[in-house]
Design a protein around this ligand. Structure first.
Ligand SMILES: [Zn+2]
Length: 188
C-alpha cells in the first residue's frame, strides 16, 4: 500500500496528478467508505495529504492536528479507520518548516510563552527536540524527523487496537516528512 502512496506522491511532485472525476464513485461512496490508509498529518494548510499522495475521495482516512502528534482523540480516530474501515497502513506525515515544532524549540531555547492550550501541544513535541539537540545539522529539520519517529513508535505501542494489529502484521505503520518546497515525501 505504501508503494501506491509513494507513486501518487511522485505524480504530485511532478505536477502530473491523475485526472479526477469526482462524480464517478459518488453513489458508491454514499453507501460506504473503505480507505486504504490512515494519515496522521499536521494541520498546516500547505500540507494536503489527499493531494500530496494523489488519491481519490474515500482513499485516505486523514486525521490532522498541529505537530502530527498522537493524542487520545487522534488515536481513537486512527483506531476507527483501522478497525472499522479497514485501513491497512498508517502514515505519520510531518513536514518541513513545521510551526508547531518550531514553537516547541522557541519555548525550550528562548523560554517563549504561548497562549491558550498551545503549551499542552508543545509539551508533546518537546521530547523530539531534546533528541534532535544531540544530533548535528539544522535543529528544526532534525526535530521534525524525530517527532515523526516518536509518533510512529507511539502508535506501534498503542494498545489495545493498533499495537495488536501491528504485532499481527495486519497493518504497517510508517513515517514520512513532506517537503513543502519540492512536494516530495521522504520516508524516515
Ligand atoms: Zn506543522
Amino acid at each position: 500500500m505504501l508503494e501506491r502512496l509513494q507513486a501518487g506522491n511522485a505524480r504530485y511532485a511532478a505536477n502530473q496528478p491523475n485526472e479526477k472525476d469526482f462524480s464517478a464513485g459518488r453513489a458508491a461512496r454514499a453507501t460506504a467508505q473503505s480507505p486504504v490508509a490512515a494519515i496522521l498529518s499536521c494541520a498546516d494548510s500547505r500540507v494536503v495529504p489527499d493531494l500530496v499522495f494523489d488519491q481519490e475521495p474515500g482513499d485516505l482516512f486523514v486525521c490532522r492536528v498541529a505537530g502530527n502528534i498522537v493524542t487520545p482523540d487522534l488515536l481513537a480516530s486512527i483506531e476507527y479507520g483501522v478497525e472499522f474501515l479497514g485501513a491497512v497502513l498508517i502514515v505519520v506525515l510531518g513536514h518541513s518548516s513545521c510551526g508547531a515544532v518550531d514553537a516547541a524549540i522557541e519555548v525550550m531555547k528562548n523560554d517563549a510563552k504561548l497562549p491558550g492550550h498551545l503549551p499542552e501541544l508543545i509539551r508533546a513535541i518537546k521530547p523530539a527536540v531534546v533528541i534532535a539537540e544531540k544530533t548535528s545539522g539544522v535543529l528544526l529539520d532534525n526535530a521534525i524527523v524525530e517527532n515523526v519517529k516518536r509518533q510512529v513508535a507511539a502508535l506501534k505501542r498503542a494498545t489495545p487496537v493498533i499495537a495488536r494489529d501491528y504485532a499481527a502484521k495486519k497493518i504497517d505503520i510508517v513515517g514520512g516528512v513532506y517537503d513543502i518546497a519540492t512536494g516530495k515525501v521522504t520516508m524516515v
